[in-house]
Design a protein around this ligand. Structure first.
Ligand code: B16
Ligand code: MG
Length: 215
């Protein structure tokens, strides 16, 4: 029986993908990289900030030091946080509030398992905070998805066994991470059919049998 649902944040509860893309594009241009595209941005889904930077740098030819890379990641985050200033409840994806309210009514605990170090800011700006029991994010872990650490920490914070948690994800690395720690998974978003999740659906309500998922 599932007692807690752990949600990924970007692409599952909120739509911040475009903001990540614009911030990376701005950095890429500063570095003289003009061929960074939305296709490349798709490969950055669910992966850490430093790994995302590698995707951008792989489009150029210059080899940078670790120190430079840390500076670039910080600069991208500055651009991204500037864009997050305008974030509000409109960024919350379709069916999310309905789903969170349904889970609350059923007494199911709600956790976050996100790679993003901006999770607290995003939850605050979108007003999603009030639904969340525990947060596990990039600030709590050292290994990023597909390593299961972020979900294991979330389950611990919720006081649940891994097997009692269901993960909702929009990225392949997140589904691999859920599987690695024996959590059931629901894949959502435009690529839901390709994620390899136990269940999949475009949104969290269309075709989702929550009775079966939580049983
Ligand atoms: P930040 P998720 C991930 O969030 C994003 O999908 C990914 O594109 C980003 O690189 C990562 O967070 C780190 O974000 O730079 O804000 O710490 O999908 O795991 O909620
Ligand atoms: Mg995601």
């Amino acid at each position: 029986m599932i007692k807690g649902v752990i949600f990924d944040l970007d692409g599952v509860l909120v739509s911040t993908d475009k903001m990540h893309f614009y911030a990376w594009k701005k950095l890429a241009h500063k570095l003289g990289i003009t061929n960074y595209t939305e296709e490349d941005n798709k490969r950055q889904k669910g992966v850490s900030r430093m790994e995302s930077l590698e995707v951008v740098l792989s489009k150029g030819t210059t080899i940078y030091s670790r120190e430079d890379k840390l500076k670039f990641a910080e600069e991208k985050n500055k651009y991204y946080v500037e864009l997050l200033e305008s974030l509000d409840s409109q960024a919350v994806l379709i069916d999310v509030i309905e789903t969170l309210e349904m889970l609350k009514d059923r007494g199911v605990l709600i956790g976050i398992g996100s790679a993003s170090k901006n999770t607290p800011l995003i939850l605050d700006k979108t007003g999603l905070n009030k639904y969340i029991d525990e947060v596990s994010c990039g600030l709590d872990v050292t290994k990023s998805k597909p390593d299961p650490e972020v979900f294991i920490v979330a389950a611990k914070k919720l006081n649940l066994k891994n097997e009692e948690c269901l993960v909702v994800e929009d990225s392949k690395s997140g589904i691999v991470a859920a599987r690695a720690c024996h959590m059931r998974s629901l894949g959502v978003g435009p690529e839901h059919e390709q994620l390899g999740a136990d269940y999949n659906s475009l949104t969290m309500q269309s075709n989702v049998d929550w009775d079966e998922l939580l049983s």
